[in-house]
Design a protein around this ligand. Structure first.
Ligand SMILES: NC(=O)c1ccc[n+]([C@@H]2O[C@H](COP(=O)([O-])OP(=O)(O)OC[C@H]3O[C@@H](n4cnc5c(N)ncnc54)[C@H](O)[C@@H]3O)[C@@H](O)[C@H]2O)c1
Ligand SMILES: [Fe+2]
Length: 381
């Protein structure tokens, strides 16, 4: 089935095969005449990126690119991006890539007009009001993975390269003005990235669904997002050219990010420090810690997950759901433990201290303390 859709929630989303050809039009809609395409180093040399630049060039918008972007991008990447943006006289950003390219592209558009350091805009209280909102450049987002949902998010995750802490930088205007979800861009993802990013989308839906706050809208989106992952992630993983599966995974990724406005939890609170310290892939790390976190949260989520299991067609309530997660992980080739991922427990105290400072920690259904979080980390090895 060829799915084509135009949505206006939470922003303008153009979903469907081949729609990258609408990139220049999307820029023009936002008044961008000289975009800077921001992506990561790996994507810089890929054909999908060259094609996106062709589309811009053919429409007279140039083919400027900045790609000095690491996985888990940091403030140095950001500074270099802002410098390139200013030097090129750009008036908007095409944020292109997985979460790394998208987050850095969004942050470049944000920081291009600010005078305070980026850390002043961390997602704490009303810190975002410190920003000069009029100076934020317009953003077109083009995801090339189906996982983070950053294309529909109002935050950007930037790693502090000094402290190795992942910081969430927030502003409502981080939300891109137009998003192009073209599933053909995700066809070339290596299997391990398809698995890891897909599990990130699943983790967003699962944690949002389990978080204790009252937000039935997000609850509903999270539940259907999990169903899409269940049906389509194994298909996309098995046959990367399955466009129907790829399209549905792009939808699930966007749904995960919309849903997690309700809250995240221990999966992300553990995964953020591990990613910042060991530079592991974010979604894959989430998948590794997911079963121990489910066990940890069991007393608070047993009934909720039984309802989710029923909706997903899984028999056996919480236990059935738990077994399903284990089998999904093994089908996708996810390492069983952090040990299997190549990490040793020697920095566990540091990781636990970082986890309980992570903003995701507040959405976990079972309150996290230094003591129980340290034990939870141990259970992941
Ligand atoms: N803003 C948010 O709300 C949010 C949410 C979750 C995660 N994140 C962040 O997103 C980042 C992870 O993003 P990700 O999981 O998408 O991975 P990624 O962007 O780091 O990409 C992983 C690898 O896949 C490659 N790649 C991407 N698209 C490809 C394609 N179509 N074909 C072939 N290779 C491709 C990249 O070059 C890179 O080497 C982390 O920094 C994480 O902290 C942000
Ligand atoms: Fe995530």
């Amino acid at each position: 089935m060829n799915i084509v859709a135009n949505w206006s929630y939470p922003t303008a989303i153009k979903l469907g095969r081949g729609r990258i050809k609408e990139l220049a039009e999307a820029c023009k809609t936002l008044g961008i005449k000289k975009p800077l395409l921001v992506t990561d180093r790996g994507l810089a040399t890929m054909a999908i990126t060259a094609h996106a630049l062709d589309v811009l060039e053919e429409a007279g918008l140039g083919r400027a690119i900045f790609s000095d972007v690491d996985p888990n991008p940091n403030e140095k990447n950001l500074e270099a991006g802002v410098t390139a943006y200013k030097a090129g006289g750009h008036d908007g950003v095409v944020a292109f890539g997985g979460g790394s390219g998208l987050d850095l592209g969004k942050a470049v558009a944000f920081m291009a007009g600010q005078t305070r350091p980026v850390w002043d805009f961390e997602d704490i209280g009303d810190w975002w009001t410190r920003a000069n909102a009029d100076a934020i450049a317009p953003i077109v987002a083009v995801p090339t993975t189906a996982g983070t949902g950053s294309e529909v998010g109002r935050a950007s995750v930037i790693t502090n390269s000094q402290t190795h802490v992942k910081k969430i930088i927030f502003h409502p205007k981080f939300l891109p003005g137009v998003v192009i979800c073209d599933p053909e861009l995700t066809v070339g993802m290596p299997k391990v990235i398809t698995a890891g990013t897909g599990m990130d989308a699943f983790a967003h839906c699962l944690e949002a669904y389990c978080s204790p706050f009252f937000h039935p809208m997000s609850q509903g989106i999270a539940l259907e997002g999990m169903r899409l992952v269940k049906e389509f992630l194994p298909r996309a993983h098995k046959d990367g050219t399955d466009i129907e599966a790829r399209t549905n995974m792009m939808a699930a990724a966007a749904m995960g990010a919309v849903a997690f406005q309700k809250g995240l939890g221990a999966i992300h609170a553990l995964s953020h420090p591990i990613g910042a310290v060991y530079n592991t892939h974010h979604g894959m790390t989430n998948a590794v810690v997911m079963p121990p976190v489910l066990r940890f949260n069991r007393p608070a989520i047993e009934d909720k997950l039984a309802r989710a299991a029923a909706y997903l067609g899984i028999a056996g309530g919480f236990d059935g759901f738990y077994d399903y997660v284990l089998s999904l992980r093994s089908d996708l080739g996810v390492p069983d433990t952090l040990t299997a991922m190549g990490i040793t427990p020697d920095r566990i105290d540091e990781l636990a201290a970082m986890a309980i400072e992570d903003p995701s920690c507040g959405g976990n259904p079972v309150p996290m303390t230094l003591e129980n979080t340290r034990q939870l980390f141990l259970d992941c090895f």
